[in-house]
Design a binder for this molecule. Structure first.
Ligand SMILES: NC(=O)c1ccc[n+]([C@@H]2O[C@H](COP(=O)([O-])OP(=O)(O)OC[C@H]3O[C@@H](n4cnc5c(N)ncnc54)[C@H](OP(=O)(O)O)[C@@H]3O)[C@@H](O)[C@H]2O)c1
Length: 233
């Protein structure tokens, strides 16, 4: 339900998945790609992609990591099957023409503001958003209209902040790698606005913990903010 009491418009179930260091970093200094997952976690992520109708990242991730966002069926020991739609959020800076998500090998949807001058190869579906940035709720409505029931959001830090701040996340899985990265320029899980106090935190409920590779896999779902209880100390 919306705050006005009307039913919420249909949208896919949104699953967020990422890998972090023990100190919460998604990447190395300046955003350089960090390969934090071990073999079991890599396989888990491939299975997750295969189970979703679409997989989404922001332009920053495309510029830093150049991911293919394909399913690596060979890691699953399975014959190639249906692949998720690759969805990229690109506001203004654009993504390199030779990005792997633009290689035409699998369907890609580029979500960009209406006034954006970005140019993309033929074969890439363009979805124009109202506003000066890609608005997530209408985009999710568009994906639901295309039959996407589960959307996997893989990052990066700015996109994750938008999804969490707009309360559009249903599940979060985080692989925590046994490594510390440190420094101020390595991005942590959530970018976006500053958090001055508890009122602006995003409360989560733990739904699972399991050892994975040499690290640990944590599962959460967002929970409503509880009335603030007196702190014991
Ligand atoms: N460890 C992991 O699991 C993992 C996974 C993915 C990424 N990463 C890391 O994350 C880093 C990239 O993160 P990032 O924060 O720089 O970039 P990002 O979150 O991937 O992309 C952010 C960009 O998306 C575009 N955008 C359009 N509409 C948006 C909206 N409503 N909300 C948010 N973004 C929107 C903007 O593009 P414009 O720039 O065009 O304005 C924005 O700058 C890299 O270091 C990468 O290695 C790590």
């Amino acid at each position: 339900m919306t705050e006005a009491g009307s039913p919420a418009p249909p949208r896919p179930r949104v699953l967020v998945n990422c890998a972090i260091s023990l100190d919460g970093k998604l990447a190395y200094a300046g955003g350089a790609r960090a390969r934090l997952s071990g073999p079991d976690d890599l396989r888990r992520v491939q299975a997750l992609r295969a189970a979703c109708g679409a997989v989404l990242v922001g332009a920053g991730t495309v510029r830093h990591d150049d991911p293919s966002l394909r399913v690596h069926w060979e890691l699953l020991g399975a014959p190639p099957g249906r692949e998720p739609l690759r969805v990229i959020l690109d506001s203004h800076e654009g993504i390199p023409e030779r990005s792997r998500v633009l290689d035409g090998s699998r369907p890609t949807l580029l979500a960009t503001p209406r006034d954006s001058r970005g140019r993309y190869p033929a074969g890439v579906e363009i979805w124009r958003s109202p506003g000066t940035r890609v608005e997530l709720a209408p985009l999710l409505g568009h994906l639901a209209g295309k039959g996407v029931e589960r959307l996997l959001v893989e990052g990066g830090a700015t996109v994750l902040a938008s999804f969490f701040r707009e309360r559009l996340v249903d599940e979060l899985t985080v692989y925590v790698a046994p490594v510390l990265i440190g420094g101020a320029s390595a991005p942590s899980l959530l970018a976006g606005e500053e958090c001055p106090d508890e009122a602006r935190t995003i409360p989560l409920e733990r739904t699972g913990v399991e050892p994975m590779d040499d690290g640990v896999l944590l599962r959460f779902r967002p929970r409503p903010r509880a009335a603030s209880a007196a702190h014991p100390l």
